[in-house]
Design a binder for this molecule. Structure first.
Ligand SMILES: [Zn+2]
Length: 538
């Protein structure tokens, strides 16, 4: 016995079984009941939302010998012939492969003959946006004066590609993406018929993965069932088959990101990859997780707004207090950009790693979102050390200041002593100095923070890289020499240089000095930019 895919096996054969498109079904059945059938219909909507299914039911309904309540009876000869695909008067054309003028001319010739059986000759043209310009023109002629017994049903996923002249001659129906509830309910029904036990959580995951498409959801369900034939379908098995990741992992990852823990986040990613998880899927699901978090944060009644278990809701509520809306939106933006890029990328892993680093290190970005996020980090530090004075400088309005827009003065307990004058000059000219290097080294340097030891006053310049990517330069004598030469040429001084990676070195008492800090130290004037955290800047 050959196996029939679920979506074929359970393809609705009457309007009552079509799910999630009530607005369309109601209109069409009313037309049939009152015999007010149109000659040209345009069905628009994303894939798997039921366009061709409804087209076929409509073709049956208008030809049925005794329709019931606007639906086909599925028992008369016409219904059976159309169902079996043997009816001469229902013609299905895939415009993707028959898009030429000749294909449409053929139709124009055919329509001059009355149907040999049934009342209507029905042409179902799928992917109609693929027709050539000439073919559209030929089609238009037919649509302008259709014989009374002809009906066109055009289906498309891309309505904007249909010429206006065609659009204006069709009744247009927009098929909605189907909700998770509707899909899950349908899956439950079918699983019962098939006699398969399944956890509710498993069914809901498959429904969600269908992303508004009943057909996709059914195909995914098929995969899961085939993998564990004859067994109960559990949530874990579904994740396994679909290469998906449990929400608990997302929660762990998000917390690492909020802490700015690059190494920790990359480590979680590593585990997922080793576990054979699919990265595009992961990116989509993590975005969805953050979207849920956003709803929890902004909704009055999050339990109503999103669909998660009570233990996940608890985690989400905890996390919603850990970050503000602007930061979360920045995270979501980065990840939804990523989900567009990753589909066609060969180096998926690298892209995901870069995105995670961007989340952890807002300093690497220069747009408004990330500036707000940097302020969040800053405010956090202020909360931790309420007595310390903090200076915020946005952009690089002070000439020669390094780009790091946020400078927390509170790096260590006793305030740092001023650096030797030479080092101050170097630090003040850091942009200019690093600008003379090239390639990857330059990129790393431009994010680095030059520091000095204020306690000993030793004439050593400490170059602190902000993440592990700078690691490879730490012990590279050539890189060090290059930098020393540039400094010597620029300032006429030779300095000792030590390169470090932030959070990975033993020098706990280093100070970073920037121009505005030097101004504060020397002129004894505090510069504070006030920022209301509750009021997003637009
Ligand atoms: Zn019938």
């Amino acid at each position: 016995m050959s196996y029939t895919a679920l979506y074929r096996k359970f393809r609705p054969d009457n309007f009552a079984d079509v799910k999630g498109q009530d607005h369309i079904v109601t209109t069409l059945t009313n037309q049939i009941k009152h015999n007010r059938i149109g000659h040209a219909y345009l069905f628009c909507g994303t894939r798997g939302t039921g366009k061709t299914t409804v087209a076929k039911i409509l073709a049956k309904a208008v030809n049925c010998e005794h329709p019931v309540n606007g639906s086909p009876c599925n028992e008369c000869a016409m219904c059976k012939a159309i169902q079996a695909g043997t009816a001469m008067n229902v013609i299905e054309i895939d415009a993707a492969s028959n898009n030429g003028v000749d294909n449409i001319r053929e139709i124009r010739e055919e329509v001059s003959y009355r149907p040999t059986e049934g009342k209507y000759k029905v042409y179902i043209i799928d992917e109609v946006h693929m027709l050539s310009v000439g073919a559209f023109n030929a089609l238009l002629k037919t649509l302008e004066e259709p014989p009374s017994y002809v009906m066109f049903i055009l289906a498309t996923t891309e309505a904007h590609k249909i010429p206006i002249t065609i659009l204006s001659r069709c009744q247009r129906y927009d098929f909605h993406r189907i909700t998770i509830d509707t899909i899950a309910a349908r899956l439950d029904e079918l699983l019962k018929v098939e006699g398969i036990e399944a956890e509710e959580k498993a069914v809901r995951y498959v429904a969600k993965a269908g992303d508004g498409s009943m057909r996709d959801a059914l195909s995914l369900l098929d995969q899961c069932i085939a993998f564990y034939l004859g067994q109960e379908l559990t949530y874990d098995k579904v994740l396994e088959v679909l290469g998906a990741v449990d929400t608990e992992v997302f929660s762990k990852l998000l917390r690492k990101v909020i802490q700015g823990d690059v190494t920790g986040s990359i480590h979680i990613l590593e585990e997922l990859i080793v576990g054979g998880r699919e990265l595009s899927q992961f990116v989509g699901d993590f975005t969805w997780y953050m979207r849920n978090l956003l709803l929890v944060k902004t909704s009055e009644d999050p339990e109503e707004a999103i669909d998660v278990s009570s233990e996940n809701m608890k985690l989400l509520k905890e996390e919603s207090t850990m970050l503000d809306v602007e930061t979360l939106m920045r995270y979501i933006r980065i990840f939804s950009d990523l989900s567009n890029q990753i589909r066609y990328a060969t180096q998926k892993r690298v892209l995901v790693e870069i995105a995670l680093i961007k989340l952890c290190r807002p300093a690497m970005e220069t747009n408004l979102d990330s500036v707000l996020d940097r302020l969040r980090v800053l405010e956090q530090r202020m909360d931790e050390r309420p007595v310390q004075q903090v200076i915020v400088q946005q952009g690089n309005s002070v000439s020669g200041a390094e780009t790091g827009a946020v400078v927390a003065a509170a790096e260590k307990k006793p305030p740092a002593k001023a650096a030797p004058e030479d080092l101050q000059k170097i630090v003040a000219g850091w942009r200019v100095i690093t600008g003379q290097t090239t390639g990857m080294f330059k990129q790393m340097l431009q994010k680095s923070i030059p520091k000095y030891n204020g306690e000993t006053g030793e004439p050593i310049l400490y170059v602190e890289f902000q993440d592990f990517l700078g690691q490879s330069y730490v012990d590279d004598p050539d890189a060090k020499k290059e930098l020393q030469d540039i400094i010597a040429a620029q300032t006429g001084k030779s300095v000792e240089i030590e390169m470090l990676v932030a959070n990975q070195h033993q020098h706990t008492n280093l100070a970073d000095i920037t121009v505005d800090q030097a101004i504060r130290d020397n002129i004894h004037m505090d510069v504070i930019i006030e920022e209301d955290p509750d009021e997003p800047q637009e």
